[in-house]
Design a protein around this ligand. Structure first.
Ligand SMILES: [Zn+2]
Length: 255
């Protein structure tokens, strides 16, 4: 038996649920046993090189309830983002309105630069390669999102005495909806995909970052920041929870 086998044999005796996909990993720098639950729910037991297999098994058994809870949460909140084929008829939500994609060879009369959204909820886009269409639609989100964020962000600048704040709408990866960058940049940045969410969730992301931009004292999400949130958006915790659920299904540009 090699080192890992000894630990796996010890854990096998616990008859842990198969869906936990328990893995073991030796961590040379650790002094005590640890457990990690990844997004999606996979469990890894982190073991210092000198640990006794029986002791590791006892530790995992003692944390069984904790692991059950964590795996449940991780599986429930694992991202499951939608994928678009980028074909005629695809639907795109922008700030609470749903648009139907329609490809055109050239700009229809009376329609501005492509892609362009009309009052009757059609999103005209040039017939191009899926990658070009994807980029064009993301640009459409960015332009509309930036205009919205500048307009909606203003009331918080005034009320929170935030001066010289700048805004950005861009790709913030797959884990973040927004961020505030402190001085010297002093920028509130939102992910373009925020504007595909229901408006009250986009508002939450904006207000969250504007509250950071007032530079409250203490920890980043500590009491001073929370006081500001309670003042500006009394139901922010509810919206935050809803974002965790709704946000994991939204379109992040995958095709
Ligand atoms: Zn924050």
């Amino acid at each position: 038996m090699n080192g890992l086998d000894r630990y796996q044999a010890g854990l096998a005796g616990l008859q842990l649920p198969d869906e936990w996909h328990v893995d073991v990993a030796i961590r040379p720098r650790r002094r005590s046993v640890g457990i990690e639950v990844k997004p999606g729910g996979a469990v890894t037991v982190l073991i210092p090189p000198t640990a006794d297999p029986n002791q590791v098994a006892r530790f995992v058994r003692s944390r069984r309830r904790w692991i059950t809870e964590k795996v449940d949460t991780a599986a429930r909140l694992a991202p499951d983002h939608s994928v678009k084929a980028l074909v005629d008829g695809d639907e795109f939500d922008l700030l609470g309105r749903r648009y139907r994609l329609q490809f055109v060879a050239e700009q229809p009369a009376g329609i501005g630069q492509l892609p362009a959204a009309t009052a009757d909820r059609i999103l005209y886009a040039r017939a191009e390669s899926p990658e070009q269409v994807r980029r064009a639609i993301i640009d459409w989100y960015r332009t509309a999102g930036l205009a919205w964020v500048k307009r909606e962000g203003r009331q918080y600048e005034l009320d929170g005495r935030i001066e010289g704040l700048r805004y950005e709408v861009r790709d913030l990866g797959r884990r973040r909806w927004g961020l505030y960058r402190g001085t010297p940049k002093h920028i509130t940045a939102l992910h373009w995909a925020v504007f595909g969410l229901p408006v009250h969730l986009a508002e939450y992301v904006l207000v969250h970052e504007q509250a950071h931009a007032t530079r409250p004292g203490g920890r980043p999400h500590g009491p001073a920041w929370q006081r500001r949130m309670n003042l500006w958006m009394p139901d922010w915790q509810q919206r935050q929870a809803e974002l965790a659920e709704v946000g994991r299904h939204c379109w992040l540009g995958d095709h």
